[in-house]
Write a protein that binds this ligand. Sequence first.
Ligand code: NAD
Ligand code: UFG
Length: 339
Amino acid sequence: MKILVTGGLGYIGSHTVVALQNEGYSVVIIDNLSNSSKSVLSGIENITGIKPQFEELDLRDKHKLNDFFQRHQDIDGVVHFAASKAVGESAKKPLFYYENNVSTLINLLQELKKLNHQNIIFSSSCTVYGEAEAMPITEHAPIKPAQSPYGNTKQIGEEILKDTCQVNSNLRAIALRYFNPIGAHSSSYIGELPQGEPQNLVPYITQTAIGLREQLSVFGNDYPTEDGTCIRDYIHVVDVAKAHVVALSRSLKTKQTSNFEIFNIGTGKGSSVFEVINSFENISNQKLNYRIVERRQGDVISAYADTTKAEEILGWSSELSLNDAMRDAWRWEQKIRTK
Ligand code: NAD
Ligand code: UFG
């Protein structure tokens, strides 16, 4: 079966291409390289022995997208990762975020409705839950007003899919709400490549340890949690990738009970910032240079997933631990800096 992966050279996309190819799918990638590089293709080939088809294309370009689909009418399913994801940047460039994350989804759905097979897996985020009232967070937890234009693009994306599925019974969509994907492929051929100063905890830790950053700032230790730092559900990116393969298979086999389904993708376990630092120190056998600073605006206190729905319906659950993810993230950091 032939699967289009948009944003397939990015962090989660590249790991998902590997997982799809390992399961025998034929993959074609669209990416505009705005947050990735062509060298990722070799990384994928080194792991799987197969170089996926790749087209450098911007999903905002309707004409080129139309031309692409004219040439690829045999696509069976789409895994749609392409989007911009920097929360802070989205507050400064809201129009760019709405265009790049929302109008691209619309462009894609407009092309998809012309195909015989209309299956799409959409990258959503736990950010839609905001500061949830109860932990762990189930898919029934209310959607909270978005804290950023980026978060809003994920909420709007889900709404667009829900509304479109309602009028197009041929379309089957699944939104996966990821919690905090971290780590890299254990081979160190692919991993996360943040541009500039990392905004996320794990790349900041590994860049500090390798000497690229002087010190990690821990944003607040006065939260109402056991050690005072925020709690998140950190999940190995390889586990996240596998969730796409099972979700896609459900969609392709028309096993969905509703045209539009939503699943949490997390481990079900919350870890504090200090626990992540401890894990890093244990697996790397070194002390991390960090200091406590003010809280970061917009951070929720705690967010971890109830994964029962994914376990029961998709038959998927995470397999790798926080230590596994930190080990792979650290190996990857060492590999890319010694190139
Ligand atoms: P990423 O930036 O590594 O990958 C996104 C890819 O899409 C990049 O390769 C980029 O070049 C490409 N792209 C962006 N705009 C494009 C466009 N207009 N046309 C074609 N290609 C385009 O990000 P990621 O971490 O792999 O995230 C993938 C998806 O998952 C995104 O939708 C993101 O919002 C979502 N998500 C990520 C996280 C996370 O923590 N990484 C959490 C929740 C949701
Ligand atoms: N943190 C630090 N120092 C840093 C970076 C992060 O202490 O330098 C802390 C944060 O305060 C937070 C935790 O580490 O408590 C995790 O922060 P991340 O930025 O790694 O992850 P977030 O949970 O804040 O953000 C992630 C995604 C966003 C998404 C959001 C939804 O990166 O795209 O989840 O909650 F919107």
